[in-house]
Design a protein around this ligand. Structure first.
Ligand SMILES: Cc1cc2nc3c(=O)[nH]c(=O)nc-3n(C[C@H](O)[C@H](O)[C@H](O)COP(=O)(O)OP(=O)(O)OC[C@H]3O[C@@H](n4cnc5c(N)ncnc54)[C@H](O)[C@@H]3O)c2cc1C
Length: 291
């Protein structure tokens, strides 16, 4: 595998990184774990003049503070998410997603920032992050801004990031009271597989009435980017978490998604799988709250 020629840059501070991005803009690419970028460069899809490595920067911390929520540095590896006790306790769907990515070797290199910025329709982290109302912090020499992840990913491998910006961290608010989140992908093999569909759910029950108080559902690999199942979410809120309500919401999910036929699965099979996953994840989430 040969890569096109490039100059390797390794800034020692985020201010230096911002300066390099401002200077080189479209002529550079950020290197985090390299598990996507190196392949794109080997296939000559990207031919950056400059590759800017994040590894010397303090961007890998995972912190949680009640009231402020979770902050995941862009360079935090998928493995570190999977092993984080606080993520396991409060944001279990993220552990489920991280544990499904690639292989142990890939998870040791791949980062959350790379997974969001690569913006593959089949990426595993965006669906659960979207149900958890995650926002991304985008920084440049001009300053910082925060964007909801569901607005950041705008299409198949397209994002709202500007050429002089880098993704600094992902912020996730505190979990809703009386809530649980769950995620499941489905592929044709157990590992090293590209999902043919995935579903993430985050639901809260009203402790007084036992009815669904809040619901977010996101579906992966069945549209150009992870999409919310807005009608299915609305069908849950205000209703009892019964098998009937959940079955109806799962059916709505399978109608709302926008899959395509391709080599790995037909659109109709993907719709069927979305319904199955949505039913399972909603049941699991409700059981986690009520047990
Ligand atoms: C064998 C294999 C299996 C895989 N399996 C899965 C899987 O099951 N599920 C899944 O979701 N993905 C999978 N992937 C894809 C990949 O591992 C993930 O998308 C990974 O999270 C990318 O992170 P990275 O740090 O390696 O990104 P990189 O390859 O370093 O970067 C990816 C893109 O994001 C940009 N970028 C990275 N960080 C930043 C930042 N902080 N700010 C701005 N831009 C940035 C880069 O410039 C590049 O365009 C697999 C890849 C391989 C090779």
């Amino acid at each position: 595998m040969s890569l096109p020629p490039f100059e390797y840059l390794a800034p020692g501070s985020t201010a230096e990184l911002a300066g390099l991005l401002a200077a080189h803009r479209e002529r550079c690419r950020i290197l985090a774990g390299g598990t996507d970028l190196v392949n794109w460069m080997a296939e000559k899809i990207y031919r950056p003049d400059y590759v800017i490595d994040l590894r010397k920067l303090p961007l890998a911390a995972i912190t949680y503070e009640k009231g402020r929520g979770l902050t995941i540095g862009a360079a935090a590896t998928i493995e570190s998410l999977e092993r984080s006790p606080v993520i396991r306790e409060f944001y279990y769907a993220l552990v489920q997603a991280a544990g499904q990515i690639g292989s142990p070797q890939i998870r040791a290199m791949a980062t959350i920032g790379g997974n969001c910025c690569n913006a593959s329709p089949c990426a595993d982290m965006p669906p659960p992050l979207i149900t958890l109302e995650a926002r991304v912090a985008l920084t440049s020499a001009r300053g910082s801004r925060e964007v909801p992840l569901e607005e950041f990913i705008t299409g198949n491998r397209q994002t709202a990031i500007a050429p002089d910006e880098f993704l600094e961290c992902v912020r996730v608010p505190d979990p809703w009271p009386h809530s649980a989140c769950r995620y499941s992908p489905f592929g044709l093999r157990a590992a090293q597989e590209i999902d043919i569909a995935s579903v993430a759910v985050n639901v809260a029950l009203d402790p007084a009435t036992g009815l669904f108080a809040k619901a977010r559902i996101a579906m992966g690999a069945v549209a150009p980017f992870a999409m919310r199942a807005l009608k299915a979410e609305a069908s849950l809120v205000g209703n009892a978490p019964s098998g009937e309500t959940i079955d109806q919401a799962a059916l709505v999910c399978s109608r709302e998604c926008r899959p395509i036929d391709d080599l790995r699965a037909s659109a109709s099979y993907r719709r069927h799988i979305v319904g199955v996953l949505a039913r399972r994840m909603l049941r699991d989430a409700v059981a986690a709250i009520t047990s």
